[in-house]
Design a protein around this ligand. Structure first.
Ligand code: TYM
Length: 345
């Protein structure tokens, strides 16, 4: 795990054509899927570009109804970003609900969104299939996500593959708004692009399905000791005997090894799989060591940061202040375009 690099450009001097935005739900402990699918890209992009990363507590509320847990995970996500090398001098990290304009914009977007589109949402249908209550928040989840992205003028959205449809819905929403309320030559919203990296777009979990809190198949970023070992040892493999050749590309353990290993190491292990005499137990041991050392420094930093909740709060407060400064003028233009007048503003 590499730690914070020296600052390369201050937020004021960064080029403004690309605005990176992304959100993460504080609905549980962050896992390898969150990291490789999204957070790692957030950390690497935030030095180069203007960037807004938000902890989407309103989104988490669609499935988590436990006040203590929601509050706890909200601060935990922030601590985790800082531990992983997010530098608050470089970009903005904040809590979604600290920018109330987001829910205001979401309300405006609801009025442009066909319910039939929301009902076809892959993520919505998936969550219902898992037994979550089909509440209105869950149905409208992608509309709030569109507001999250568009209110900061986001142009690039680094996410995992499961979010592809939500970004498409965001683009549709921006287009519909522009078409309904703006002149053709003066659209208010830019259509954002997703950034989905092929090799990490779906990180598999212990059972080979997508790693996800709701499947209970995750490896937490900061799992360690016996707990980590137990999880790694429980990764599902086929029953090819130890001495027989194996196909690395068909194996869950190797899929995770690929995330951590250098090209050279990856090839070496793939070769061992193909040659035979290398068992899944060997591969699991290798993976265990990789996870443990990859996050060792961040784990330590996280321990330190846990002792400094006031610092984490300060970072979030400053992040929200800057995010609001970005959101307010956009929201003013939206209200004007729609005809929402105020007797007090
Ligand atoms: P969340 O918290 O469910 O996921 C956060 C990010 O982690 C990615 N991810 C994965 N990537 C690869 N493999 C996996 N197994 C895996 N599991 C999770 C997700 O794709 C996501 O990028 N809806 C968003 C939260 C959100 C948002 C936004 C994102 C709300 N507003 C605005 C971007 C822009 C979500 O899925 O959160």
């Amino acid at each position: 795990m590499s730690q914070a690099q020296p600052a390369t450009a201050s937020p004021e001097t960064k080029e403004k054509d690309t605005i990176v935005v992304s959100g993460i739900q504080p609905s549980g402990t962050l896992h390898l899927g969150n990291y490789f699918g999204a957070i790692r890209q957030h950390i690497s992009l935030h030095r180069e570009h203007e960037a807004y990363f938000f902890i989407v507590n309103y989104h988490a509320l669609t499935s988590l109804h436990d006040a203590e847990a929601l509050a706890h995970y909200t601060m935990d996500v922030a601590t985790t970003y800082l531990a992983l090398g997010f530098d608050p001098e470089e970009a903005h990290l904040f809590i979604q609900s600290d920018v109330p304009e987001v829910t205001e914009l979401a309300w405006i977007f609801y009025n442009l969104t066909p319910v039939s589109h929301l009902e076809k949402g892959v993520s919505y249908k998936d969550k219902i299939a898992q037994g979550l209550s089909p509440n209105a928040g869950l149905l409208n989840y992608p509309v709030l996500q569109a507001a999250d992205i568009l209110i900061y003028g986001g142009t690039l959205v680094p996410v995992g593959a499961d979010q592809k449809q939500h970004i498409e819905m965001t683009r549709d929403t921006a287009g519909r708004f522009n078409h309904t309320f703006c002149d053709d030559d003066a659209p208010l919203f830019t259509l954002p692009e997703p950034l989905i990296l092929d090799d990490v777009s779906v990180v598999p979990g212990l059972d080979g399905r997508k790693m996800s809190k709701s499947y209970g198949n995750t490896i937490g970023l900061f799992d360690e000791g016996k707990d980590l070992k137990k999880k790694v040892m429980s990764i599902v493999t086929d029953s090819t005997p130890l001495d027989e050749p194996k196909d690395p590309e068909a194996d869950n353990v190797f899929a995770l090894i690929k995330l951590f290993a250098s090209d050279e190491k990856r090839e070496e292990i793939a070769e061992a799989y193909r040659a035979g005499g290398y068992g899944y137990g060997h591969a699991k041991k290798e993976l265990l060591g990789m996870i443990d050392s990859y996050f060792a420094e961040a784990r330590e930093r996280r321990r330190e940061l846990k002792q400094r909740p006031d610092y984490v709060r300060d970072v979030l407060r400053e992040g929200a202040r800057n995010a609001r400064a970005q959101a307010e003028p956009i929201m003013d233009r939206v209200r004007e375009a729609v005809g929402i007048v105020s007797a007090t503003r």
